[in-house]
Write a protein that binds this ligand. Sequence first.
Ligand code: SAM
Length: 396
Amino acid sequence: MGKSSKDKRDAYYRLAKEQGWRARSAFKLLQLDEEFDLFKDVTRVVDLCAAPGSWSQVLSRVLIKGEKFGRRAWEDENAKSWQLLRGVFGTGVKQGDIQERELEAEQKLEPRKDVKIVAIDLQPMSPLAGIITLKADITHPATVPLLLRALDPTYDPSSKSQHASHPVDLVLSDGAPDVTGLHDLDIYVQSQLLFAALNLTLCVLRPGGKFVAKIFRGRNVDLLYSQLSIFFEQVMVAKPRSSRASSVEAFIVCLNFQPPEGFKASLEEPMGIGNRLEKMVAAKAERHPIVAPITLQAAANGTWSAAPAKPLVKGNDGVVELSLPEEESDAWKSGRWIAPFMACGDLSGFDADASYHLPKDRITLDPVQPPTAPPYKRALEMRKAAGGAYGKTSLA
Ligand code: SAM
């Protein structure tokens, strides 16, 4: 698919270029924030798997510059930047217009004090003002001291401490492996990235803090929800409008970090390996026995009463009965849990799965930040050296 047809088929792709975002993912974070107020009381953030950096751009613009986006800016009549999220898609906007609009948006800004943002990715990332960027693998134990050092320059790696002395308020992880198309394998690799993100989070998050991570909703995702609910008071799954409905992608939003009493994160015994988590889920179920699902009965007079769970039966004598299907009660018994699902983002906004007509005079904009070291770079160089796609030298 060429750049031009992608413009038509993906409104957020075009909108991102119009508004100066490095990737369309920026809209996902903005829509998640609109729903969950993620940036409230937040000054210290870790952005995992951050390249090319559109989430870090959002953090920089909201926290460092104090810009407002979406509904929040709409409610604040002094802020002009609301249009940056709603966009002017399809009006033939040029790069220069974007800068003008950015300048306009820079009125009445309320930057936060002492903001610290650390971004990590396997890939190199072009610098962003005010953001510390690290090129590292989040699944590697050596990344923990690197991160602790970035968060606190006085951190002494020889102390072997795995905990931040000044913990952070929010950890984000938009990590995704190179998708193979083998569904189960992709979901497995994605879950390993998520566990790596969780392990880092447990080392650096302050009690009460928030954790947001990309997930692929696979067969065993309910197990993951129950495991996360050991550490967080609220665990929800969210699907921003800018994330294609056709994709299994969603975001797990975990609020109010409350590590169990006596819990110490340790990379010698990381979560997701062995059965430490399973044991913790079982221990939690023992402390707070999981209530067996109940059947609700609505009598003809409009009153409701609870009855023990039983397979779904049809109501009779004016009594309507609702009960959880058997598989669901099995799921409860095995320590699984179904997290609330929330769709977020303005419903009148663009549909990520739709194609849009564009005016004839519109132009195709270049990406805001072309990849610094794309995996296909060497292949392109070799093709060029060979005199084009049909040159004499083969790529082998
Ligand atoms: N949030 C980013 C943004 O807004 O620009 C987009 C992130 S992109 C969807 C996924 C990123 O995960 C890629 O840049 C990839 O390099 C990174 N990634 C995958 N595995 C990783 C790992 N083990 N450690 C660090 N980064 C990783």
